[in-house]
Each structure stands twice: as structure tokens, then as C-alpha cells.
Write a protein that binds this ligand. Structure first.
Ligand SMILES: NC(=O)c1ccc[n+]([C@@H]2O[C@H](COP(=O)([O-])OP(=O)(O)OC[C@H]3O[C@@H](n4cnc5c(N)ncnc54)[C@H](O)[C@@H]3O)[C@@H](O)[C@H]2O)c1
Length: 246
């Protein structure tokens, strides 16, 4: 077993299932200690138990500043550094500009966008003290192009891409790297939300002709979390089987 994240402590939001859970498993395999943070308590606790001494679960609603402070305090009170933050939690909504409500728009922005802002803010001072850190923000191919039928989601994922670049600019001299990841179709519970009439067709839109497993995204996130990507910051990493090539 290699140890690409030896002595690293990582926070993974939305870590109870899907891509976040695949990242938690992969990070632990590579020597990290992982705090799995999610609103799904029973799934998160079960995963942490399965991963043994190298993982803990903590309830975190990414929109709640008090929850974020508790996550950071738990790690620092235990004498741990905060080396990696993966802002992975997200919600999907099928809506249109002309048919969306203010409440729906704000809910998606709150989780997908404000949650990422609060997360980066919560860890930045610890990472500055350490003069090191890697933040990986999970955007989407919807953050690279317009998506008429996922209006609020697409706006929120463009915001994640923009926040990543501005944060990277601000934090670079403190040796804190911030990058965004743009997945295409990934086999998680989120894909179940696609309307039934679209589900059989979605893979045909992908040039590679298939969706990806969450474990495939975890490999990219692992690389960005580790020092192997030491000169990458403010950059977009697309993992979509060619979906966004046009
Ligand atoms: N699945 C895809 O095809 C796909 C494609 C592009 C981008 N993404 C993005 O990847 C990320 C992971 O999604 P996934 O595919 O694993 O789907 P998922 O629905 O399985 O996982 C999302 C996780 O986020 C958690 N979450 C939701 N709201 C939260 C909140 N307020 N606070 C804390 N946790 C919260 C959920 O409980 C869940 O565990 C998301 O940001 C999503 O937008 C997914």
C-alpha cells in the first residue's frame, strides 16, 4: 500500500455516500485521517465505523456556520492539522429560469455555493497557520456550460468555479492550493433524479458512451489533495468522458 496522504487530515463534505464516500475510502487507503461530514447521520456513521480508526463522522449542514466551527474545533482540539478540504456536498434541481421560484434558487445556491464559501472560510485560518493546504471544490460540467433545464444548479456550479479561482489567488502565497473538479455523469443517487424519460438516454450524450463510477472521480480528487499536484492552483479539472467537448 502506498501512502500518498500519509499524516494528512481531510474533511470531506457530503461524505456519507456517493462520490464523497468513495473519496473517504480512497483517502483512508492512502494513509489519511478523514472527517466525514454530512447531514445523513446513519449513513455517515456506518461508513466511519467501516473505515475504523482512520475516520470519524460529524453532522454538518454546510449552510450552518456553527456546524463548520464545530468540525474545525473537533480536529484542532484533537491536535490535528487540517490539510485537505473537499467541498463535495451538493444538491441537484431540475428547473428553468422561467419556471423557478426564488425559494428553489436560494436553496440550491445556499447548499452548493454558500456551503463552499463557508467551508473555505472555516479552514483558511488553520491552513494559513500551517502554511499549507489543499482545497478541492466539486463543481460540475454544468459549471462549464449553460444548462437550460438545470438553471439554479448550473448557476451555483459556475459560482463554485469562480470562487475557486478567487480563493486560489488570495491563498496562493500561504501555500494553500484551491482547485475545482468538474464531473460529468457519475453513478450516484444524484443520477436517479434525472426524469425517467431521460434516464435511458443520458449515457448516449457522452462521447465515451458511459457514465463513470464514483471511484474514478476519487482518483482525481486524491491527486489534487496530495502533493503530487503541488503546482496546480485555481485550475479546473474536467472528468466527464468528453461530455463537455461540444
Ligand atoms: N452524480 C453526478 O453525475 C454529478 C455530476 C457532476 C457533479 N456532481 C457533484 O458531485 C457532488 C457529489 O454528489 P454525488 O454525485 O455523490 O451525489 P449524492 O447525492 O450521492 O451526494 C451528495 C451528498 O451531499 C450531501 N448533502 C446535501 N446537502 C447537504 C448539506 N446541506 N450539508 C451537508 N451535506 C449535504 C448529501 O447528503 C449527500 O451525501 C455534488 O456536489 C454534485 O453536485 C455530481
Amino acid at each position: 500500500m502506498s501512502e500518498r496522504l500519509k499524516d494528512c487530515t481531510a474533511i470531506i463534505t457530503g461524505g456519507a455516500r456517493g462520490q464523497g464516500a468513495a473519496e473517504a475510502r480512497r483517502f483512508v487507503e492512502e494513509g489519511a485521517f478523514v472527517l466525514i461530514a454530512d447531514v445523513l447521520d446513519s449513513e455517515g456513521q456506518a461508513l466511519a465505523k467501516d473505515l475504523g480508526d482512520s475516520a470519524v463522522f460529524q453532522h454538518l449542514d454546510v449552510t450552518d456556520e456553527g456546524n463548520w466551527a464545530a468540525v474545525v474545533d473537533r480536529l484542532t482540539d484533537a491536535g490535528r492539522t487540517i490539510d485537505v478540504l473537499v467541498n463535495n456536498a451538493g444538491i441537484l434541481l431540475f428547473d428553468r429560469l422561467t419556471r423557478s421560484s426564488r425559494e428553489d434558487f436560494e436553496r440550491v445556491m445556499d447548499v452548493n455555493c454558500t456551503g463552499v464559501f463557508l467551508g473555505m472560510q472555516a479552514v483558511a485560518s488553520e491552513m494559513k497557520k500551517q502554511q499549507s493546504g489543499s482545497i478541492v471544490n466539486i463543481s460540475s460540467v454544468a459549471g462549464l456550460q449553460g444548462v437550460g433545464f438545470q438553471f439554479s444548479y448550473s448557476v451555483s456550479k459556475w459560482a463554485v468555479r469562480g470562487m475557486t479561482k478567487s480563493a486560489a489567488h488570495e491563498l496562493a502565497r500561504d501555500n494553500i492550493r484551491v482547485n475545482s473538479v468538474h464531473p460529468g455523469l457519475i453513478e450516484t443517487a444524484m443520477l436517479d433524479q434525472f426524469p425517467e424519460n431521460l434516464q435511458p438516454k443520458v449515457e448516449s450524450f457522452v462521447p465515451m458512451g458511459r457514465s463513470a463510477e464514483a471511484a474514478e472521480v476519487a482518483e482525481l480528487v486524491l491527486w489534487l489533495a496530495s502533493n503530487e499536484s503541488s503546482y496546480c492552483t485555481g485550475a479546473e479539472f474536467v472528468i466527464d468522458g468528453g461530455l463537455s467537448v461540444g
